[in-house]
Design a protein around this ligand. Sequence first.
Ligand SMILES: NC(=O)c1ccc[n+]([C@@H]2O[C@H](COP(=O)([O-])OP(=O)(O)OC[C@H]3O[C@@H](n4cnc5c(N)ncnc54)[C@H](O)[C@@H]3O)[C@@H](O)[C@H]2O)c1
Length: 575
Amino acid sequence: MRGWAARCRLRKVVLSVIPDCRDASASLQFDSHGMHHLYLIGNMGSGKTTVGKRIADSLCLPFYDMDALLEQASGQTIPEIFARHGEARFRELESVLLQEIAPRPAGVVATGGGVVLSESNRVLMRQSGWMVYLKASPDTLWQRLQRAQNRPLLHTPNPRETLEAIVRAREPLYQEADWVVEVDALSPAQAAQAVQCAYRPTPDAPLKVSVLPDQPQGYLIYIAPALRTRAASLILQQRRFTRVALLTHPPLLHWAEPIRAQFDESDTPVQILRLRSGERMKSLRSAARLYEQLLQAGLDRSGLLIVLGGGVLGDLGGFVAATYMRGIPYVQIPTTLLAEVDSSVGGKVAVDLPQGKNLVGAFHQPALVLIDPELLQTLPARHWRNGFSEMLKYGIALHRGLWRRLQTMLQQGALTARRVRKDPAEWTLPIAQCVRLKAQIVSEDERDLSGKRALLNFGHTVGHALEAALGYRGWLHGEAVAVGMIAEAELGRILGITPDIVAQELRETVAQAGLPTQLPSGINAETLLNAMRHDKKRAGDSLSVVLPTDIGNARLEPNIPLSAMQEALKRCGAS
Ligand SMILES: NC(=O)c1ccc[n+]([C@@H]2O[C@H](COP(=O)([O-])OP(=O)(O)OC[C@H]3O[C@@H](n4cnc5c(N)ncnc54)[C@H](O)[C@@H]3O)[C@@H](O)[C@H]2O)c1
């Protein structure tokens, strides 16, 4: 097949897939979930076709099987295309086919194993859908493939070794996916169910992320649009509570009331506690008032505190739960983007002192976290950007694929006020990815002892210092972290650890998100250095800072010379 003739035939076979599922209910689903394909990526033998077909049937979506479509269009089998035209030509045809599929109605796409090898293919898949990686171990793949005749890449003297080499080489590219499902222990039906939960999570089949699995303080995070409608049943699945207190802000009562009402059926009394908004509420004084209200409500250790709010309420409510009667269980239902991607997970709870932020606190893990992106519908645009800043932190420090996803969202205008209000559910998977990254790190280093959890503090050494220097007024946490990330990447450049191109890309992306890239005028480098000296995360006199080494990678660098930090701050506008 050559040139335009190939394109025409591919277009024809792609179009032939579509009518199967174009009934009314399918169109409705397209409308309510945007036009996102589900791209299944993974090695040959990982089950993309089998799993993809099941999901397409279950959701009544078109199913695009790339290898089958190529065979149909060319009238040749894949081994024949390889033998007659070579792998390079096959890859070209694969890219042309992908370009044909991308603008078509949303469907499930079983890609060829090598589709991720081309950067432009990865970009196109990200622009037009979600990528889910079906991850199978080399052992599982070999079991499934050892007798297969239709895998031209394995026609070598030692196919097992070849397979392992392919798996190794492609793994970093597959890991750029929006979600990973490990399929070794799953039947096709279970794998399809797991993928469907990532692609279209619902309150009855939400995404689940486990924190500290197999530990007594371990817990689950559930993520799905409209999850709030099942809040009580998910909470009561844990165990019965004699009394429940629900802490929230007055403007969030329209979310709190229906949740309270869900408990009526179980005869569990729920008292709503209201608190004003603002960082100033994260104080010992507020905690003391809440202890009193909990006593008045008759809550004892068989009770539960639910916190419905942003990071301030989550930190304060968690602190109260950690200390009231030596600790009671609590559930986080975060309502800001920052709280959904960060503060509701990990069990760091605290209040501020006049001398600094989070200076009195504890590690107290929640019993459950319920994340419903629809709760963000009313969030002001500035607070979306605030949370987005923490998402950028996860991307640049920990996950290249997430970083690219966030850049794609920005290019597609996802942060514009109109879009976020209309479609907060579009954010589910990127939010879940951040949560998964945090859960993984917390599970490895719950108490911030090994240096692993410190990676989550990229941008925070400078960010916290700036917040302190401003007296916690004027700038939001994520805004301070945004300029903190830029300053710390500059520091990395000065020390020869962060490549110029990484620092540059970070600066451009932060600016594109409408976040600050410069320190506010009048801020003095010495003031910031002083604040860093008081930061509770500092060990002794030396300064340790997380520095990016590449997109998606960072390391904690000890013994940072103060002069280098001073220079980095000056480059970001400090006097
Ligand atoms: N514990 C952790 O691991 C951790 C991590 C990051 C940040 N934090 C803490 O989080 C705090 C910041 O949290 P935040 O940014 O969520 O601020 P926030 O809790 O103050 O909420 C921001 C504002 O949004 C309002 N709001 C909340 N949900 C809303 C909704 N759905 N619709 C409309 N308005 C809504 C609030 O009333 C408030 O005015 C800081 O104190 C920071 O230290 C903690």
